[in-house]
Design a binder for this molecule. Sequence first.
Ligand code: UDP
Length: 230
Amino acid sequence: MSEFIRGDGRKYDELRPIKIEAGVLERADGSAYLEVGGNKILVAVYGPRESYIRRLLEPNTGVIRCRYNMAPFSVDDRKRPGPDRRSSEISKITADALRPALMLENYPRSMVDVFIEVIEAEGGTRCAGITAASVALVDAGIPMKDIVVGCAAGKVDDRVVLDLSEKEDKEGQADVPIAMMPRTGEITLLQSDGDLSEEEFQQALALAVEGCKKVSKIQKDALKRKYATG
Ligand code: UDP
């Protein structure tokens, strides 16, 4: 089952080539740039800063807000600029995936803004966005319990595989994006789209967890490159 080679030459448990850089923007408090396969994603973090939106202000804790945005030129068919149902959903699940790692109780009446800009998209952007956002949050110096990491597995040609490309996502039968805190193993995002038996779902989940652990190392390497001294 593990011997077959995918359309793009990968094994079933192989990630697309991935690279991450921390601290790429001057004006943001924290930032990161990530490429995985054909995805190019830039993240800027601002805060914690005093909440400038009254209705979001919480007297006993800070709040995190995320905006996931796809550039009009990021996909083959021009994407209509501005928010839509998909980007609103991804913005929400991204904030939900990152929040458990942040010690926001230390920042009452404050907010952390995370801007995720997808410059080029090629499948798996929600997970890539979460992975890059975590690096940008660390770069902003925000205390965190763990560095959240995202990765997806799915089913293509009746086989469970890691990190679906756009082609695999479109032609495949299912996609299971997850995010987790690798230190504790706590899952902070779990979505499942398509048809999977219970056994296939368990296989996809296990594969996505292994994928997250590999991406986690690349996040840490990016931060070491930026901050290691001597
Ligand atoms: N996509 C696109 N146009 C859109 C939205 C998505 O071409 O308006 C592509 C893009 O490459 C994206 C992929 O479809 O990465 C899969 O989208 P999905 O909604 O499954 O989210 P993702 O896998 O990016 O988290």
